[in-house]
Design a protein around this ligand. Structure first.
Ligand SMILES: C[S@@+](CC[C@H](N)C(=O)[O-])C[C@H]1O[C@@H](n2cnc3c(N)ncnc32)[C@H](O)[C@@H]1O
Length: 240
């Protein structure tokens, strides 16, 4: 294989990352969970499309949470919806350890975890149209203007979300940073693959199923508001 062949067959490169790997070690309990429970719930990133029926041992509607942090929302959702298969993607290992502990304690059968960049997971591991629901709650807002390009919600990423969601599926987001809320609305409203479920105001009422996480509590303490968005995946119509 020539160098050019190798380059053209390589998965598309990603230069901007939406995260920095935070410091902070896993607690002893989280590390034990990472060691002992990863084989049960963890899915290695290998750049190959997953066989989700095989992974879960059944065929069921599937949801994905991107950047689940410590996993409070994902655990609550998976527990409340045993009829759905749930996949969490997060790069922060202590958070993954925390989720694994919670999944084990709750005896969850319908949860799997990938510890990797969600962009590459969407590009390479999740088959097109394989999801019914995607949650992205409180993604890093990257407050400074020069860092806005690091925000997860960008047109290219929204198209990756559209590719993984089945037509009729739902994308739910929340943020406590007003500028990011307006940015999310502008970017996703512009996608021909999504219809805003609150076309007039742009924002929906708080999703009752979403527990208040540590990040949201911190936002409340700082006096921030919270903006919830919900979109239906529609069949994109070719532009005129
Ligand atoms: C501000 S925290 C919010 C955590 C959680 N959703 C909550 O509401 O508490 C954002 C999380 O997204 C994760 N994250 C950011 N970019 C990511 C990416 N590209 N792939 C996976 N996780 C990512 C970060 O590690 C961080 O834990």
């Amino acid at each position: 294989m020539t160098e050019d062949d190798a380059r053209s067959s390589a998965p598309s490169r990603r230069t901007i990352r939406s995260f920095v790997i935070r410091g902070g070690r896993a607690t002893a309990a989280q590390q034990r969970a990472l060691d002992d429970l990863w084989p049960r719930y963890g899915v290695e990133f290998n750049g190959q499309p997953l066989d989700l029926d095989q992974l879960f041992g059944r065929r069921a509607p599937r949801m994905l949470e991107i950047g689940f942090g410590a996993g409070e929302a994902l655990l609550a959702f998976a527990e409340k919806h045993p009829e759905l298969d749930c996949i969490g993607v997060e790069v922060h290992k202590p958070g993954v350890g925390h989720l694994l502990l919670g999944a084990y304690t709750a005896g969850l059968q319908n949860l799997r975890v990938i510890c990797h960049d969600a962009v590459e997971v969407l590009q390479q591991q999740l088959p097109p149209g394989s999801l019914q629901l995607i949650h992205i709650f409180f993604p890093d807002p990257w407050h400074k203007k020069r860092h806005h390009k690091r925000r997860l919600i960008q047109p290219e990423f929204v198209e990756l979300l559209a590719q993984s969601l089945a037509v009729g599926g739902t994308l739910r987001l929340a943020t406590d940073w007003e500028h990011y809320a307006m940015h999310m609305r502008e970017v996703i409203d512009a996608s021909p693959s999504f219809a805003n479920e609150a076309p007039d105001t742009g924002f929906v009422a708080r999703n009752e199923e979403r527990p208040v996480t540590r990040f949201e509590r911190r936002g409340h303490r700082l006096g921030h508001g919270v903006w919830d968005l919900s979109y239906r995946r529609i069949a994109a119509t070719p532009s005129a």
